[in-house]
Design a protein around this ligand. Structure first.
Ligand SMILES: *Cc1c(COP(=O)(O)O)cnc(C)c1O
Length: 357
């Protein structure tokens, strides 16, 4: 019907919307390890702030720049307020960058496979995409991306859904050679050896995007931030909604960022479970791509990945499967709690027995 009504812009009519991971109803007993959420609750300091704040202040608009969060980020990375901008999740910041940087018809480059939101944002803007396939080992094709001539380069680092990581110096080197803006999407950087924020500081063309959704267990709160040179940050601020981060999220995020001890301890637990899960999968014959994130991409033994996915789902565990080139023989598994991971491994063992019987 939309086609003939003609109310929508042509590129929106043609657009295939972003497909989020499946959300089971609240209170369901399903083990949800399909969207890279953190298995642990948010910091007790976050819960305390949510309990103790006088929320009658909700009648007022929030701070348009979320300075409380900008200052916490500033202390964490040794940057100033004017180098930080907050967003309603880092997804909002990604959309803001596209709006601020790319004219319709100009190009956005990224490696494939990567975060599947990037092509959607490009299509909404009417931008072209330059997709550069990663080689067999899923390493990032840095040279081809740098030479793409695009206006904007998305580098998801560590990359999703592969888990592959580029060292900060490699990111900075690529940014120095690239003529446009580089967005380093660090949604998973807390699970990796280092952030690129220090290495790219002072470069005029780099924005590093971070989120509290994964390492701080606050996916439901929607808080992300960009760190970059003041000129780019000021440009982004021009395209943002006036009050893009709500008052509750500002308080919760500031408390979460201040409690580094808690966040680091959870990241350590996830990393150690990541190693255990990867080892157990490899022992079963999965080919596991080395990951610096809180998830694993693994090729199933003896094929039929979609059947594996469905068998796991029937057992009450949600993981992720993409029927797409390069991914259709693999499963993506979020590192869950030790109990959830053990239950997944038992289901996978049973599936392997069935499939090889
Ligand atoms: C989860 C994720 C995001 C989105 O984070 P939000 O802050 O929840 O919007 C951005 N980029 C990548 C690669 C992600 O996996």
């Amino acid at each position: 019907m939309g086609e003939t009504m003609g109310y929508l812009r042509k590129n929106i009519e043609r657009l295939a919307a972003y497909t989020p991971g499946e959300q089971p109803p609240p209170n369901s007993s399903v083990i949800k390890i399909n969207t890279n959420e953190n298995p642990y609750p948010p910091s007790p300091q976050v819960l305390r702030v949510l309990r103790e704040t006088d929320w009658t202040v909700l009648r007022r608009y929030p701070d348009p720049y979320a300075d409380k969060v900008r200052d916490a980020v500033g202390r964490l990375f040794g940057v100033t307020r004017d180098e930080v901008l907050c967003g309603n999740g880092s997804d909002e910041l990604l959309a803001m960058v596209v709006r601020a940087v790319v004219d319709p018809g100009e190009a956005i480059a990224y490696p494939t496979p990567t975060y599947s939101l990037y092509p959607v944002l490009a299509a909404v803007q009417g931008a072209r995409v330059i997709e550069v396939p990663s080689p067999e080992d899923f390493s990032i094709p840095v040279d081809a991306l740098v030479e793409s001539g695009a206006k904007l380069l998305f580098l998801c680092n560590p990359n999703a859904p592969t888990g592959v990581w580029l060292e900060p110096e490699a990111v900075a080197g690529a940014a120095r050679r690239f003529r446009g803006v580089v967005v380093v999407d660090e949604a998973y950087a807390d699970f990796a050896p280092a952030s690129a924020i220090a290495a790219v500081r002072g470069l005029p063309n780099v924005l590093v995007l971070r989120t509290l959704s994964k390492s701080y267990s606050l996916a439901g709160m929607r808080l992300g931030y960009a760190v970059g040179p003041p000129d780019l940050i000021a440009g982004l601020a021009k395209v943002k909604d006036s009050y893009n981060v709500d008052a509750v999220a500002i308080e919760a995020a500031a408390a979460a960022l201040e409690d580094q001890t808690y966040a680091r301890a959870n990241v350590e637990k996830v990393r150690s479970e990541r190693a255990r899960l990867a080892g157990a999968l490899a022992a079963m014959g999965f080919e596991v791509i080395p990951s610096q994130t809180n998830f694993l991409l693994a090729r199933v033994p003896c094929g039929q990945a979609q059947r594996w996915y469905e068998r796991v789902k029937a057992a009450g565990i949600l993981i992720r499967y993409w029927n797409q080139p390069r991914l259709s023989d693999k499963l993506r598994i979020t590192v869950g709690s030790p109990e959830d991971n053990s239950r997944l491994l038992r289901v996978l063992e049973a599936t392997l027995k069935e499939m090889t019987a």
